[in-house]
Design a protein around this ligand. Structure first.
Ligand code: GUN
Length: 286
């Protein structure tokens, strides 16, 4: 039976580590500050934004919340981002996605200064990750690397299979596993023999957005299984992309849903904010 990878406990430890770092920075006169922009009232986005503000409060990060109406124009949003880019007190800028249809997400992401891009979505951040240069890394895949490392899973030399090729999870996940010297395969909706490819994996990352898609037929005995999906089923219960009850008996380690990958995303966002403040402080000293 697989050992559980407890994202709730690991994220709590990271947040406690960050709380100490933030207190040390405060003693040096540095207040870490995150600005979160929310356009409109999408209920899921409102919950995410509230959770981010709560995590900031726990760690001691100052959070500035910019709640803009649904009918905000792209021009107005870009102007707000420019203001925050220029504000020396702001270390991180996050624009909650999705944006309303009349706003071009790519243009908005590109407008955020890469120095404050704590989501790691800016093309410069993605390019830096690709060529092994410093930059912010997308929070969910960065959180998965932390889950693996803090659960004593060796990545180097392992067969890593990532299922899903989104810009936010699948692609950066593959690059991070490669950076850790894993042998990486990326699968997607056009992959042939998906089961066979998944069964090669020592580390299987499931990020396709289909509830309980991955059964034990996709999993090699003793594999580590990471479930990025989150869905609500007909009885209002949360589940992931992995059929947990079916897979857990054959895996060596597995993330549950909820309480696996999910809590790590916010913890890594907080980590990126602290990192941004540190980089700014060391640039000022130089
Ligand atoms: N919407 C859903 N997840 C995310 C995220 O990680 N960052 C942002 N900015 N928006 C999101």
């Amino acid at each position: 039976m697989a050992q559980l990878i407890d994202g709730k406990a690991i994220s709590a430890r990271i947040k406690d580590e960050l709380k100490e770092e933030v207190a040390q920075l405060k003693a040096q006169g540095i207040t870490v500050t995150l600005a979160v922009i929310l356009v409109g009232q999408d209920p899921a986005s409102c919950v995410y934004v509230r959770n981010k503000a709560r995590a900031c409060e726990y760690i001691g990060i100052r959070s500035i919340s910019c709640e803009l109406p649904e009918q905000t124009t792209q021009e107005e949003l870009l102007k707000k981002i420019e203001e925050l880019n220029a504000d020396k007190d702001v270390d991180g800028i996050l624009v909650q996605l999705p944006l309303p249809d009349h706003i071009n997400e790519d243009a908005v992401i590109a407008a955020i200064s890469p120095d404050k891009d704590v989501d790691g979505f800016h093309p410069q951040s993605v390019g830096a990750l690709c060529i092994g240069k410093p930059g912010f890394v997308s929070c969910t895949p960065a959180g998965i690397i932390q889950l693996l490392k803090r659960s004593d899973v060796t990545i180097e030399g392992k067969e890593c299979v990532v299922v899903g090729r989104s810009n936010i999870v699948g692609k950066p996940m593959s690059l991070l596993l490669l950076r850790e010297n894993g042998t990486v395969t990326i699968c997607h909706s056009r992959t042939k023999n998906l089961k066979e490819v998944c069964r090669r994996a020592d580390i299987l990352v499931c990020a396709i957005g289909k509830p309980k898609f991955f059964t034990r037929d996709y999993v090699k005995d003793g594999a580590v299984v990471i479930d990025v999906g989150i869905h609500r089923n007909a009885d209002n219960k949360l589940c992931g992309d992995v059929d947990f009850d079916d897979v857990a008996p054959v895996a060596s380690k597995i993330t549950p849903v909820p309480g696996g990958v999910g809590p790590m995303t916010i913890a890594m966002l907080m980590k990126n904010c602290v990192e941004s403040a540190r980089r700014k402080a060391s640039a000022v000293l130089r």
